[in-house]
Write a new protein. Sequence first.
Length: 276
Amino acid sequence: MKMKDTFFSFPRFANYFKKVLVEDRKRLLQRIVTVFGLLLLFAGFISKSCYDSYLHYLKLGFIDPTDPAHDGLMVLFVFGFFIGAVLSASYIMESMSSKTGRIYALMLPVTPFEKYFVRWFIYTIGYILAYYFLFELVDVLRVAVSSVIYPEIATIDLLNQFDMLKQIDEEVPLQCFIAFYFLLQSLFALGSSLWPKHTFLKSFTVYTLLGMALTGFFAWFFDDLRPIPTGYYIPEPTFSEDMAYWFIFCCIMLVSLFFWWLAYKRFKEMEVVNRW
């Protein structure tokens, strides 16, 4: 039966989205539990280390008006977010890693774009929502347990997500933080389309070697440039720092869109017998 909409149909997309969630629920749930357990483990370790140290200073009369563990937890949030992002992107084409999976996917009455977009949505947007929810849940448990173990510390409190985003924005502009996430995600999504098996290991190796080669080339290139002679006037930039950050954001997002497009093109060209 020929499909009426040969590119995208929202009802068909919604039905396929529900189908993927039902079929992959066990695998997705296992990964959610794993991420939750790791976040809880590291959050507990950070909290215990910070609170034990703070008790020592508390005896000396030093009082911190904020939760001593907040800085460490913010570091955990950022590093955990990006590590999880590349792992999540590596699973986008996991179902296509076997011959049976490719046959099943190719026979479904769904357009290639809908198949790709469902996977992209789950492992890109869905990951953000799941990570945020899990981190909030871990933080609630951390405060509940720590308040019982350390009753003498009155400043144990939940990590305010808005304050955390403001602090991140002070270190790295938030738009660049978001763009870097999408860039990493698009790179490993492309890797997942190129190498459905052992995606993370292969993608990490290739991108690391490529990054080292490019770094070496640019270091040699700029080192070889002649310095600007003294006496030459260098005009001040006509754009603000904020405009520069937005320009960087737009450039990175364009690059990310290009990598997602390459991943989609590779996904469309997948055969039953994978030759990569």
